[in-house]
Write a protein that binds this ligand. Sequence first.
Ligand code: ATP
Ligand code: MG
Length: 281
Amino acid sequence: MSVRGHGMPKAGANSRNGGDEAERGKLSISNLSFAYGKAKVLDEVSLQINRGEIVALIGPNGSGKTTLLKCANRLLRTRNGTIDIAGDDLRRLRQWQIAERVSYVPQAADIVYPMTVFESVMLGLRRGSWHYSARDMAKVASTLEQLGLDSMSHKLLTELSGGQRQKAAIARALVRETPFLLLDEPTNHLDMKHKRDTIQILRRHSRGHNQGILIVLHEINLAVQLADRIALLEGGRIVAEGPPDKVITHDHIRAAYAVEVNMTSHAGLPFVIGYRIENEH
Ligand SMILES: Nc1ncnc2c1ncn2[C@@H]1O[C@H](COP(=O)(O)OP(=O)(O)OP(=O)(O)O)[C@@H](O)[C@H]1O
Ligand SMILES: [Mg+2]
């Protein structure tokens, strides 16, 4: 393969933690604050994602979820607080090192180019040149198959529906098999079946490839079923964090979203049934 190919840095080579296995298994956000100009959007946020674990990030519109994911990927640069990825301070890593550790699916990736689905997923494997190996091709084909996109792999992205496009974006992230995945509302355009299928694929990937996944979701019931832990962000602060049954409570939902929800539980998990919309007369 004629790529400039950078392998994952050797254990300890870049790591100020040397041989600390535990640190290398984490994406660790500590006391992170962030402001756009003077407007503070994240306020002392601390959150850890372990490899092999799925953490759902929920919270009202504008609470800072996307901003947090962008900071964790250094799309936004932060001054206050630290983010360690696999044992190294994000600020000390080069862009290619970040790319080898983290895959990111942005919210509503609506900007599409007239390239085929196959080519777009292949882009996920680009490592400095346009040369791809037979193994790369096989990986792309297998990822497309997992997501049920194999029949449209030669269609142009511009010819896909919103949901199909979203699945192509997920495929582009999954094919890279990085230790960590940051997914910003990756299922919002998908119907019930495709949501369920995608959730199962993410779970399989997390366990199978020992990936740590931080996923932003608005559908609380989906978060409950997918995540090992849920973090609730409100006004730039994590106001609740822990296993689904500790975070998804009537009181937390009322406090964060200002709605009164009806809840039940099934197989030990909390479920939000819905809420009433009062008629105004
Ligand atoms: N580029 C930007 N410049 C200035 N302010 C921004 C910028 N991007 C986001 N904001 C503001 O920062 C706050 C947090 O935005 P963010 O996109 O992180 O919220 P979110 O939790 O992802 O919301 P949503 O659920 O609607 O996607 C909002 O008040 C938003 O208006
Ligand atoms: Mg957002």
